[in-house]
Write a protein that binds this ligand. Sequence first.
Ligand SMILES: Cc1ncc(COP(=O)(O)O)c(C=O)c1O
Length: 407
Amino acid sequence: MPWMTRWPGAFPVFVAEATGGRFTDVDGIEYVDFCLGDTGAMTGHALPDVAEALHSRALRGVTTMLPNEDAIWVAEELGRRFGLPTWQFAMTATDANRFVLRFARHLTGRPKICVIDWCYHGTVDETLAIRGDDGRAVSRPGAIGPGFDPASTTRVVPFNDPVALDEALAHGDVACLLMEPALTNIGIVLPDPGYLDAVREVTRRHGVLLVIDETHTICAGPGGCTRAWGLEPDFLVIGKPIGGGMPAAAYGMSGDVAERLEDALAGDAVDVSGVGGTLAGNALALAAMRATLSSRLREDDFARMEPLAEAWTAGVRAGYEAHGLAWHVQRLGCRAEYWFCPPPRDGAMAAAAIDHELDAYMHLFALNRGILLTPFHNMALMSPFHDRSDVDRHTEIFAGAVASLVG
Ligand SMILES: Cc1ncc(COP(=O)(O)O)c(C=O)c1O
């Protein structure tokens, strides 16, 4: 995969093993892991309770194409966290998003979807689009082999722009708006005050379903931004960390949506609905989700992780302010990110501000001193296993990187 090979430096680090908030490479060098598999291991690596659940389940059968009781427990727990009553399972967040888009088109009878400029929701064809100069969707740079003109499936609007959203939805051909409540895939871009309320008002007014993708924004708390900020999505997607590192994802829907979907879900031709997969909802993935959600990603974890992210943020700020640089550092829960410019308000500004050479320098400087950041931008995620000394080490290394750059 490109994201395994395109790290700064001549070659990627090969991992021997990872536990908690650290990993060791094949040369025996230990690293503090602030990348955490780009959120897939936000719970920390090699959790004994998840390992035991996987082992026990693997000895009792993985794939039967029938539900088991873990599905009930996990759905109830997700319902408690995110406030949506009905859930289905997928293996990845990409798949969960694909399935939700189909449901949304089915429910509304509308052909298009709307996404935010410079979003990322996995390798979902309709979402690999950015906003072109004339406002029409064009293929995202780097997305290979597009099978169709993205403008035929997708409308793209800037983040933090409810007026542009209103205009896009007024065409009457959009089934759903798929969005992260804060952008995390082009650096962290936070919503302006009132923006998400306006999004909900505009989507409701146009009969457009709101899909919130919490795959990364679960960093904001046990119920993601949805719970932290009182959002009211029609669908919610969550993947990556909910299996404690094991591939697993889920999507929830409101009671109203579930009721309206009942016929589609119960239909005779359900095996060719275009939704799901043979291994979706397998017992191993469910065991991993149950073990993870019963003891991880909980209030007490966040109470530990968020102050660490705050300390990381303060350390970075002190590092660039000491040299009078107009850089910026942004935090969302236990995730933080620095920019070489003032805070961008939307994805296009964020994309324009990227400096690949400077990114590579900062990453490599940290990596050579035993710290891994999330690649392609300058992001750090805290796990419950990190501690203040890990953060202080980053602060020191960051200060060193800036000093040698400026000095
Ligand atoms: C917000 C969001 N949704 C979905 C995905 C896709 O996740 P996966 O690659 O595990 O399918 C990602 C991946 O980075 C993501 O950031």
